[in-house]
Design a protein around this ligand. Structure first.
Ligand SMILES: [Zn+2]
Length: 226
């Protein structure tokens, strides 16, 4: 199966939650699963978890193989889908909104931390455990509670101003197939995740913990979809 047969619709529209679509491949190993033409399901990657998805009403697990094909494996595989047939694929909108908000907040907070002299070396956008991890790159690692609080306030102050500015997120796939996501006037990063429409879609931005270990800065954070 050519990967071109599977369209990444979640790159085009974060809020597309259901589709009737053609089954373009089926497999038995390592377990029954199907691949569909219209990919509205985000597979785990880049720090963002899988969507919660149903195929013809049945919960399904999501995986991505080495060729980049997204496979859906319905829990109950009694009713096998035929290649060339049609299935209804639906994702949980609340979960998608939460993932998109956390992910988009990660970009936004990162853009506020980098100018303070740090370089990003790790991240997660998983609900309840989202974080950004940095090496020091000209900045100063906060050493006590007071300086940690000051850093948090500086980052959040910048972030709140960007939220108030209502700046759109946009995405473009370049000639080499790399998708680049831009917060207008703020930052462009390679990214394959789902994003909110604008910084104004973000609410409840908070940095919940600051840790400094081995010369690194780890900021745990949370955010919601407005
Ligand atoms: Zn992203």
């Amino acid at each position: 199966m050519a990967i071109m047969e599977q369209r990444r619709r979640y790159w085009e529209d974060t809020y597309l939650t259901e589709v009737d679509t053609e089954v373009v491949a089926a497999r038995e190993d390592p377990g029954p699963a199907l691949a569909v033409r219209d990919g509205i399901v985000h597979p785990k990657g880049g720090g963002q978890p899988d969507d919660v998805v149903r195929v013809d009403g049945r919960l399904a697990t999501v995986s991505k193989d080495e060729a980049g094909i997204v496979w859906l494996a319905p829990e109950d595989d009694e009713a096998r889908a035929e290649v060339g047939g049609s299935v209804h694929v639906a994702i949980d909108l609340q979960v998608r909104r939460q993932h998109a908000a956390l992910h988009s907040a990660g970009h936004l907070l990162d853009a506020c931390v980098l100018p303070l002299g740090f370089t990003n070396i790790g991240l997660s956008h998983t609900p309840g455990q989202a974080f950004l991890l940095y090496d020091v790159d000209g900045g100063t690692l906060p050493t006590d509670e007071e300086s940690k609080a000051a850093l948090v306030e500086e980052v959040l102050d910048r972030a709140r101003r960007l939220v108030a500015a209502d700046l759109p997120y946009s995405a473009e796939v370049d000639g080499e197939g790399v998708r680049r996501v831009t917060i207008e006037g703020v930052q462009t990063d390679p990214c394959g995740g789902t994003h909110v429409r604008s910084t104004a879609d973000l609410a409840g931005l908070a940095i919940t913990r600051v840790r400094t270990k081995k010369g690194q800065l780890k900021l745990s954070y949370t955010a919601e979809h407005a």
